[in-house]
Design a protein around this ligand. Structure first.
Ligand SMILES: C[S@@+](CC[C@H](N)C(=O)[O-])C[C@H]1O[C@@H](n2cnc3c(N)ncnc32)[C@H](O)[C@@H]1O
Length: 214
């Protein structure tokens, strides 16, 4: 088993829908992180393709100048998703209750998941769905930093180091036959950690794992 039952636990075990009931029109990471992510999307996504932004909100971090054939959004707060200017359509679904996406097989060129993977209690089932909806050759980009809603992140994430979290997401991909081994992009600065020790705000570390449906 990928995760033991305890490793899937959250400190706040109430229904996630309650926690995300109130819209949060904030950015969950700093400008530096967002710039890295948008630059990554610029190089890895292709214009006029179909994108799924899983666990999205009112921002998708896609490059402004790129046009896509369709951007499908998903999240837990309809007000946030309705405000997202990049989404052509969206749906609300609690992935800790139901992992089956209401989307056809092989219908997306890219699936994106930004600063949210730590909240998944059944990640192997969600990654199987990401695989199912990707077209052959399509890519999944899962990005994260070190920030989180602590009480809503699973124990395996809360208690792991940043390196452990990278290894965990690699395992999520490796658990699904047919994904290529995940490529890791890291822009975490060791100086940032030292600066923070002296009370000087550093920048949010950036990690992205990218795998392809072969
Ligand atoms: C930190 S926010 C990130 C939002 C967005 N991806 C971004 O980059 O700003 C975490 C998102 O995960 C989604 N989420 C958390 N728990 C979820 C769950 N159980 N099912 C579906 N979505 C969930 C929420 O909708 C929330 O918007």
């Amino acid at each position: 088993m990928l995760l033991q039952p305890d490793q899937r636990r959250k400190l706040d075990e109430t229904d996630d829908t309650l926690f995300y009931d109130v819209p949060r029109f904030v950015t969950h990471v700093d400008e530096h992180f967002i710039q890295q992510l948008t630059d990554l999307y610029r190089t890895r996504l292709k214009p006029n393709t179909r994108i799924l932004d899983l666990m999205s909100s009112w921002v998708s971090h896609l490059p402004d100048e790129m046009e896509f054939a369709h951007v499908e959004g998903h999240g837990l707060n309809a007000e946030e998703l309705a405000r997202n200017p990049r989404l052509d359509h969206y749906f609300v679904q609690n992935l800790n209750k139901n992992q089956l996406l209401p989307l056809p097989d092989q219908s997306f060129d890219a699936v994106l998941n930004t600063v949210s993977v730590q909240y998944l209690q059944r990640p192997e089932a969600v990654f199987a769905e990401i695989y199912r909806v990707l077209k052959p050759g399509g890519i999944a980009i899962v990005s994260f930093s070190n920030r989180m809603f602590y009480q809503k992140a699973i124990q395996a994430w809360r208690e792991g180091s940043e390196g452990d979290r990278v290894a965990l997401v690699k395992q999520y991909f490796a658990a699904i036959p047919g994904f290529t081994p995940a490529e890791m992009i890291s822009k975490a600065s060791p100086i940032s950690g030292v600066m923070q020790l002296f009370g000087i705000p550093g920048t949010d570390p950036f990690y992205a794992l990218i795998a392809q449906r072969s």
